[in-house]
Design a protein. Sequence first.
Lengths: 114, 118
Amino acid sequence: DSGVTQTPKHLITATGQRVTLRCSPRSGDLSVYWYQQSLDQGLQFLIQYYNGEERAKGNILERFSAQQFPDLHSELNLSSLELGDSALYFCASSAGTGTNEKLFFGSGTQLSVL
Amino acid sequence: AQKVTQAQTEISVVEKEDVTLDCVYETRDTTYYLFWYKQPPSGELVFLIRRNSFDEQNEISGRYSWNFQKSTSSFNFTITASQVVDSAVYFCALSEATGSSNTGKLIFGQGTTLQVKP
């Protein structure tokens, strides 16, 4: 058990809808990362927050947004969903924000857009 | 641009065989970190090893060993005497330094699916 908790584990929704994925980092970790895993794109970095502030941004669509709250949990909001958004979304956490950080991953949220 | 290439998409071996998973990376950074993660069928990514760019010593952990060669930009992973429980997708990753702003962001390779048959 990595100590990173993601909810829900599975999410089925329709095109055009909006969903929220939640992540609780390991106790004491200040950084939260979101990754998208799909068959064609592999593991793609979306965004990182460190102690409540956005630290790095990857190939995150404008329809997607995230935030990290004062208690350090994070939410990833996906709106105007399309079929192509179906993927496994991982949250990871690390203690800090250096290039040597060891990331601990949650078990992911499997999103299916029908 | 930073990039990680795992040329082997799928490997199938019989239990007790040794297997090497290849990883080649590209970076302009002089200081960087390389990682291997395992994704078993349950789906969660599990950290295996972290290696910094200044430490080219090979590392062994039980049946696992890693060979880091800066000259060829490779960080290969060998499983000795493979077992069925080693069946998983294995990812090599490179940390990325973004200008003056350090992040823990990882660039992942496409992964190698290892199937170990009994």
